[in-house]
Write a protein that binds this ligand. Structure first.
Ligand SMILES: C[S@@+](CC[C@H](N)C(=O)[O-])C[C@H]1O[C@@H](n2cnc3c(N)ncnc32)[C@H](O)[C@@H]1O
Length: 244
């Protein structure tokens, strides 16, 4: 099996001021192998080349949580949800990297969730759960609404849709991290209106360059400062059909 680039230690350090332990490196390697295996039956990801996998799945997942990697966590053991996790990104690399967090991996596709259940067992990841469902329904469920410190969401939809999926799930003061490729000023303006309706604010938007292919990426950080009105998230399909 192709080795997943242990020589990247220096790049981790330079770009994220963090390095995986031997155990974390082994977990990343095993994750890569399991995804390649899973890809034979499920259409999990088109990113299978080791360098591309390292950059687009591992590094990118962790770039979004730089504020957590600094070790100044508040609370010390945060509860996270990864909305539309697919093959487990960014949630699984985040769980490997921040072992004291509790994470819920949510996706509407049962086959992907069954695959993730096996990954959690294989990688011996504790305090990690999977959940089959639609973000629109989970956001109205008393067990999940207002339950999380941090919501992660990558490649699930337009930014305002991501805001409508994530903000209802957050506790007051919680943080939503929206992973994006390109970003424009117009998107900021549109998102501002949506976020206000949902009881949040745009805390920051970070632009960065990926370390191997030098692509531009963005992370949008939303802070929940108020209460999300009960009508959000709207019924299944409405956030995408009629974005705020
Ligand atoms: C393009 S994939 C992205 C997967 C992963 N986040 C990543 O970045 O590699 C989008 C995923 O979101 C899930 N999804 C889309 N809409 C959803 C919703 N409303 N609720 C839950 N999952 C959803 C899909 O099933 C799919 O697995």
């Amino acid at each position: 099996m192709t080795n997943l680039l242990p020589e990247m230690a220096e790049i981790w350090q330079q770009t994220l001021n963090w390095q995986p332990t031997f155990q974390q490196q082994a977990q990343f390697q095993r994750l890569y192998e399991l995804i390649l295996e899973g890809n034979r039956q499920l259409n999990l990801t088109r990113i299978t080349d080791p360098q591309e996998f390292w950059e687009k799945h591992l590094w990118d997942s962790l770039r979004g949580i730089v504020p957590l990697l600094s070790g100044n966590l508040s609370p010390a053991s945060p509860t996270l949800i990864d909305i539309g996790t697919g093959a487990g990104f960014p949630g699984i690399p985040v769980k490997i990297t921040v072992p004291n967090c509790t994470i819920t991996l949510l996706d509407s596709t049962r086959k992907k969730i069954t695959f993730l259940d096996n990954i959690l067992t294989e990688l011996s990841l504790n305090n990690a759960k999977t959940l089959v469902g639609r973000a629109e329904e989970i956001g109205q469920h008393p067990q999940h609404r207002l339950a999380y410190d941090i919501a992660l969401i990558r490649a699930v939809g337009a930014a305002s849709v991501c805001a409508e999926y994530s903000l209802p799930l957050l506790k007051q003061g919680g943080l939503a991290i929206i992973y994006r490729g390109n970003w424009t000023e117009d998107e900021t303006t549109a998102l501002q209106n949506a976020v206000k309706l949902l009881g949040g604010v745009i805390e920051s938007i970070e632009q960065f360059t990926t370390p191997l292919s030098h692509s531009i990426r963005h992370c949008v950080y939303l802070r929940k400062v108020g209460t999300t009105p009960v009508q959000f998230p709207r019924a299944v399909g409405v956030p995408t059909q009629k974005p705020l």
